[in-house]
Design a protein around this ligand. Structure first.
Ligand SMILES: [Zn+2]
Length: 333
């Protein structure tokens, strides 16, 4: 039996070994106090598989949407209210639109629109997106203001867009890793396909804010002005080099617990983990909501939806099918 190494928590707090039990569909917040780092680690299994399998996407499209889902969990799980975090992309690539809707504390749904004729072998997630923008919306309910952050997608992937967003809008030095994989496991009736994913967000949040300002974007310097020589803070340099060593396979490994992965990365500095947050795939659509939506349409639009003497509406998020008689759909005879 192998000996579990201890997790160093803080000088005073109790010390315990990292749990070796992997937990899927959860976000694990953590802190590396000695380096002023805070982060979150997401591991996804059944909930991700549920969302992607319902749509039967071509694998590269499923992978891209999976990355967007993981990024959403890393960003949305910090919401401290019963709000909504919506991540959307609108771009000129084969995947022209994708949306992930996270409803605090734990509900996720997502879908992507793609042009199958533009899909080619060997396209990565950045190729599938092309150019356009990524929008992140925080909606705290009808009486609260909506917040929207926009960042350009300029031939990069979602990790690049997240870095750009945090640098420009939040001015927090941030690194994000996203990984999505397909797993084949043997079973009674042959190998079974499953989607898995993992991701990590790492942020440098020193008590003295000027330490973080060293990571400012040189692009913010006006043209013609010499770029200032700024040395990054040593703690952040170390944090970035540690997260850069994480392999995709470690992020999605079903047998490696999140706590063990964090220990592997940060044990020399001591890492403290907080309570994890569960995630589940659940759509918020309902027959009543679809019916109300139909009633909000113009009478002529409703009439045009009648086919074979019925009105059929399919939820784009979860593929649920809702069927109405013309009378139920409010179509006048
Ligand atoms: Zn639905």
């Amino acid at each position: 039996m192998s000996q579990s190494p201890d997790i160093k928590i803080t000088a005073e707090a109790p010390v315990r070994a990292p749990s070796s039990v992997p937990v899927d569909d959860a976000v694990l917040p953590f802190e590396v106090a000695e380096l002023d780092l805070r982060g979150r680690l997401t591991r996804m299994g059944p909930a991700l598989d549920d969302i992607l399998t319902k749509h039967d996407y071509p694998p590269p499209v499923g992978k891209l949407l999976g990355e967007a889902i993981v990024l959403t969990t890393l960003l949305g799980s910090s919401l401290k209210f019963d709000g909504r975090f919506i991540l959307q992309t609108q771009t000129d690539g084969p995947v022209s639109f994708l949306i992930v809707d996270f409803q605090a504390p734990d509900r996720l749904r997502a879908y992507a629109r793609y042009d199958v004729t533009k899909l080619k072998d060997g396209q990565n997630s950045a190729d599938l997106l092309g150019k356009g923008h990524l929008a992140m919306t925080v909606d705290q309910g009808p009486d609260m203001s909506r917040y929207q952050g926009l960042v350009a997608l300029d031939g990069g992937n979602l990790e690049d867009a997240a870095h750009e967003y945090f640098l420009r809008s939040e001015q927090i030095p941030t690194r994000v890793r996203l990984a999505v994989g397909e797993e084949w496991r043997g079973g009674g009736d042959g190998p079974k396909h499953r989607w898995r994913a993992g991701g990590m967000l790492l942020q440098f949040l020193p008590k003295a804010p000027e330490r973080a300002q060293r990571d400012i974007d040189p692009g913010d310097v006006p043209a013609g002005v010499e770029k200032p020589e700024i040395e990054e803070d040593d703690a952040w340099v170390e944090g970035q080099s540690l997260i850069a060593t994480v392999e995709d396979v470690e992020l999605i490994d079903p047998d490696l617990s999140g706590e063990r992965l964090l220990y592997r990365l940060f044990h020399e500095r001591g890492v403290r983990v907080f309570s994890s947050l569960g995630l589940r795939a659940q759509c918020s659509c309902s027959r009543d909501a679809v019916s109300a939506m139909l009633k909000s349409f113009a009478a002529q639009d409703r009439a045009e939806m009648v086919k074979d003497d019925k009105v059929v509406v399919t939820c784009e998020f979860c593929s649920s099918v809702y069927q109405f008689t013309p009378h139920e759909a409010g179509v006048e005879e």
